[in-house]
Design a protein around this ligand. Structure first.
Ligand code: ATP
Length: 234
C-alpha cells in the first residue's frame, strides 16, 4: 500500500534520513521505533509531504506521492496525527474536527462520522464548544486522533500517540489505535514505548541515525537480544 524506496531527507545539508526503505501493506499496523533523534518523526513528515526528498521515492497505492503537497497526500487518503498533538488551540473542539474533514464535500457523511466518533470519544462531545487549547493533555490527544479520522483515511500516521500521557491513558490510546486498525484502517505508528509498540504491531522497523537497521515482525524484534538490551530495558 505504502512504499518508501531509498529516501534521503536533509535539514539544510545534514541528512536526517539516509536511504530509508520500508513498506506498509493494506490492513497492517507497522511501527517505527528508535532512540531520540533517529529520524522517526522525519519519516512521517516526509510521507505527509511536509519535507522534500533529496533522493528516493514514495508511492501510495501505486501513485507517486514523493514531493507532493500535504493536501494532495491527505486527498490520497493519508492522515497525519502529529507528535505533541498540535490541535488548533484557539479553535473549538467542533472546529478542530471540521478541519480534519476540510477536503471532504460529503457534508452529511461528515456530520454522521462526527456523531460516530462521539461514541468512542464522549469527552469530546461534552466539550464541543470549548477551545481546544484548554483541554487536558489526554483530551487533546483524543481530539488529534479524532481529527485525523475525520478525513476517512485509508492510512493513519501516528507520531508518538502515548507521549506525555498518564499510564491509564497510554493504555487507552493504544487500545484506540488497535481498534482503528481492526476496523480496517492501515496504521503506521512511531513510538518511544518500544515494548508496547512491538507487542501490538504486525511488523516493525528500527531506525538508528537515520537508517533502517532492523526490521521484522513485532514478535521477532521483541525476541531480539540486542533490541532487548538497547530498547526494552532488559
Ligand atoms: P524524537 O523521538 O526525539 O522525536 P525522532 O526519531 O522522531 O526523535 P527526528 O525528529 O526525525 O527524530 O529527528 C532526526 C534528526 O533530524 C535529529 O538529529 C534532529 O536533530 C534533526 N532535525 C529534526 N528536525 C529538524 C529541523 N527542523 N532542523 C534541523 N534538524 C532537524
Amino acid at each position: 500500500m505504502l512504499k518508501l524506496d531509498g529516501i534521503t531527507v536533509c535539514y539544510g545539508q545534514i541528512p536526517a534520513l539516509r536511504r530509508v526503505s520500508l513498506t506498509v501493506e493494506e490492513g497492517e499496523l507497522v511501527t517505527l521505533i528508535g532512540a531520540n533523534g533517529a529520524g522517526k518523526t522525519t519519516t512521517l513528515r516526509a510521507i505527509s509531504g511536509l519535507l522534500p526528498l533529496t533522493e528516493g521515492s514514495i508511492t501510495f497505492r501505486g501513485q507517486s506521492i514523493g514531493g507532493a503537497a500535504p493536501r494532495v497526500v491527505l486527498g490520497q487518503g493519508i492522515a497525519h496525527c502529529p507528535e505533541g498533538r498540535r490541535v488548533f488551540p484557539q479553535l473549538s473542539v467542533r472546529e478542530n474536527l471540521e478541519m480534519g474533514a476540510y477536503l471532504r464535500r460529503d457534508h452529511a457523511a461528515v456530520k454522521s462520522d462526527m456523531e460516530r466518533l462521539f461514541h468512542r470519544f464522549p469527552r469530546l462531545q461534552e466539550r464541543l464548544q470549548q477551545a481546544a487549547g484548554t483541554l487536558s493533555g489526554g483530551e487533546q490527544q483524543m481530539l488529534a486522533i479524532a481529527r485525523a479520522l475525520m478525513s476517512r483515511p485509508k492510512l493513519v500516521l501516528f507520531d508518538e500517540p502515548s507521549l506525555g500521557l498518564a499510564p491509564n491513558l497510554v493504555e487507552q490510546t493504544f487500545a484506540i489505535v488497535s481498534d482503528i486498525r481492526r476496523e480496517g484502517t492501515t496504521v503506521l505508528m512511531v513510538e518511544q514505548n518500544a515494548y508496547a509498540a512491538l507487542d501490538m504491531c504486525d511488523r516493525a522497523y528500527l531506525l538508528e541515525s537515520g537508517q533502517v537497521v532492523q526490521h521484522g515482525t513485532g514478535q521477532a524484534l521483541l525476541a531480539n537480544e540486542s533490541i532487548q538490551k538497547a530498547y526494552l530495558g532488559a
